[in-house]
Design a protein around this ligand. Sequence first.
Ligand code: ADP
Length: 545
Amino acid sequence: MKGLMQDRPLLISHLIEHAATYHGTSEIVTLAVEGGKHRYTNADCRIRSKKVAQAMERLGMGIGDRIATLALNTYRHVELWYGIAGMGAVAHTINPRLFAEQIIFIANHAEDRILFLDLPFIPLIEAVADHLKTIERYVILTDDAHMPETQLANAVSYESLIEAEDGDYQWPEFDECTASGLCYTSGTTGDPKGVLYSHRSTVLHTFACALTDTLAISAKDTVLPIVPMFHASAWGIPYATCATGAKLVMPGLHHDGESLQKLITSEGVTMTAGVPTVWLMLLNYLEQSGTGIGCLERVLIGGAAAPESMIEAFEKKHDVRVFHAWGMTEMSPLGTVNTPVRATLGLSGEQQIALKSKQGRTVYGVEMKITDDQGADLPWDGRTFGNLKVRGWWVAQAYFRGAGGSITDEDGWFDTGDVATIDEHGFMQITDRSKDVIKSGGEWISSIELESAAMAHLDVAEAAVIGIPHPKWDERPLLVIVPKEGATVTKQGMLDFLEDKVAKWWLPDDVACVTELPHTATGKVHKMTLRKQFKDYTLPTVREG
Ligand code: ADP
């Protein structure tokens, strides 16, 4: 017997309809690419999204067509998401920090038909346009007054494109499993692979995103996603603000500490989200300038591990609550968020900070487990490391066009490629990417934990640990650090500092200082490049025998 409840498809267009109807005056504020601040309301956003949909139909786009954006976090990018997905096409977000060859690969692989791009990315695309085989036209995200000379085929300004439409448009209804968005993983090994989101997965992820023990977004909030819309959909925030009626603040091009501090304080931001490298810049700026952080209440840190020192700085110095979270492009991206449970409320301040450095508990809708290499489940004791596997309503089942073959086992579990522990209360902690884990004498050393410990040193700006081959132990850790400006860090000083923070056999065999670490297009330390940089390096413990 079937239930008798209304069977309405879960469609992304309902999100913007809801926002415009019930939170129509709630604002979307952007640090505009052309300069100055742009502000308008959810109601304005709905009309312009509908104009996008009309323009796409006029240009012959239909259900399932891929339409690409190479764009920053701005109101225009939000309109594109709703307009493109709303009319049934697929919004393909491209990361402008990728290498040119990767951009060529993914635009051709996706068979994108139109590319919307922000002004700063025109030279990038002009240089590769001859290789972009399927793109019929380019739309520059600006108005005619700011439209530059460009060689790009059929280039028009965004404003002139949508100005021709009247916004009188009925969102079509279709199957909720229809594709809505496409995002390629950065492909640190092999070609990038496309993750194809659906309306259903996106709407369910949106519900989960706003929950109290997830991002706790409400109509009272003002939310600033610094994490880009091209990096795992800005972690779903531009959808969650529509669902809840929160005000949305978009940083455009500006990710430096000073711009962020000004934006946060001037717009009354209560919640913000980004990767650790962004917070390093903001915290440094706050320290140097002695300025405050306004009414900011919560900061979501994900994409890479948040070191304890960063959590402590936000919580103790600035009275801002940290939510450490973990996820991946293949998971839309939310997997876990670190919020307390009754059993952990009684912990001391120090224990709370240590607990917060874990990536947190699973969000309802995602199942997770850790297994050994044979696939057997491992205990949740907070110590045993295993391969982290997930399944759920917003986890990928396959990559676009079948790249990489089957990616789930017969029970539907997806191997994340991360190595983790899970404790008795369900708090998961990433110890490494499986390819970065350091195998020493048959045991594993967590590079992330060592990095977090080293980052607590006052003179360290950034730290990374890699395994270096060792004839006796297989691999031993090398700690590579970027000292803070004007500071020096010695090997002995660092080893003394780490001595009571990690197991003795985890202590790095050497400490190297560099001026800069290589980063990926999504702001993580690029360990593969770092390993290449140190490929001819011999550890002193080997040199000295
Ligand atoms: P890409 O792989 O394209 O850089 P993703 O955001 O999909 O982008 O990367 C997902 C990976 O990032 C995860 O599998 C994990 O290794 C890492 N990651 C994400 N959040 C955290 C976190 N809080 N702590 C440690 N690692 C994280």
